[in-house]
Write a protein that binds this ligand. Structure first.
Ligand code: 4IP
Length: 260
């Protein structure tokens, strides 16, 4: 760790340094990485427990820690105040204190009941080969198209996984299942260790999601499909709210992309 990283807070307090003094020396600090790119990078090239630090685009005082779980990426807020760095219930008074906390493989318990162990930082610099394929054929497949016909697209990210208790379709028994929300699919498995999903729900078919108060359970929400309404519940209201917010956001994105 270089001296400048230890100085992160003090330099800032004195107003002498730039906002990222010190942080830039951390090889797992990805200054400009968006939430989208962090998810893509960690899902495609990270492992369970890989994490990185990035700047939040919402507020100059906020940073985000993106952590890869088994099949999803969770983002946690880190707040930098005048004299400390706040992360969850912890407060650190220097960057080195904050960094050594990570060296001890901290455990993060999220509202979804899953525990994440921060195992390995994901570096900003990754070895890249400078080896290129040679072009043998290069011809148009569709003629008459112009630059205006090029529409860039990518499915919206936003991943989430965790246990939800769901109600059966015809037989109304409640079963706790492991859910993975990825792209426009919500899959559920018998448990976290299962590799084959019981079912895959296609969110492009989903017509809505909302809190539900019609069931005997609390923290319940329903996911409406033309042929069935799925009732699910979580341990806490915060958790239900997280699922609802993310799924609702995905449904809005799906609607938007259907219009274009
Ligand atoms: C089952 O009840 C489970 O709740 C199933 O859930 C459910 O299937 C069945 O719905 C329901 O009959 P029992 O285990 O008490 O028999 P899971 O698949 O998570 O095990 P769904 O469609 O909800 O997955 P029906 O519609 O088959 O009755």
């Amino acid at each position: 760790m270089s001296d400048s990283s230890i100085d992160w807070l003090t330099k800032d307090r004195a107003g002498a340094g730039t906002e990222d003094d010190g942080l830039r020396d951390l090889d797992w600090y990805h200054h400009d990485l968006s939430r989208h790119a962090a998810e893509a990078v960690l899902l495609s090239n990270g492992k369970d427990g890989s994490y990185l630090l990035r700047k939040s685009h919402d507020d100059p005082k906020l940073y985000a820690l993106s952590v890869r779980g088994t099949d999803s990426v969770k983002h946690f807020q880190i707040e930098r105040t005048e004299c400390s760095i706040k992360f969850g219930f912890n407060e650190f008074h220097s960057l080195s204190e904050f960094v050594s906390h990570f060296a001890n493989q901290p455990l993060i318990g999220s509202e979804t009941g899953t525990l994440l162990i921060l195992k390995r930082p994901y570096p900003r610099e990754v070895a890249e080969p400078s080896i290129y394929e040679s072009v043998r054929v290069h011809t148009a497949m569709q003629t008459g198209r112009t630059e205006d016909d090029l529409v860039s697209e990518a499915p919206s990210l936003g991943t989430k996984e965790g246990y939800l208790t769901k109600q059966g379709g015809r037989v109304k028994s409640w079963k706790t299942r492991w859910f993975i929300l990825h792209r426009n699919e919500m899959k559920y498995f018998k448990d976290k260790m299962s590799t084959e999903p019981i079912k895959i729900l296609d969110l492009t078919e989903c017509t809505g999601i909302q809190f539900d108060y019609s069931q005997e359970k609390v923290n319940c929400f329903c996911l409406v499909f033309p042929e069935r309404t799925y009732y699910m519940c979580t341990k806490t209201g915060v958790e239900a709210d997280e699922w609802i917010k993310l799924i609702r956001w995905k449904l809005t994105q799906i609607k938007k992309s259907a219009k274009t």
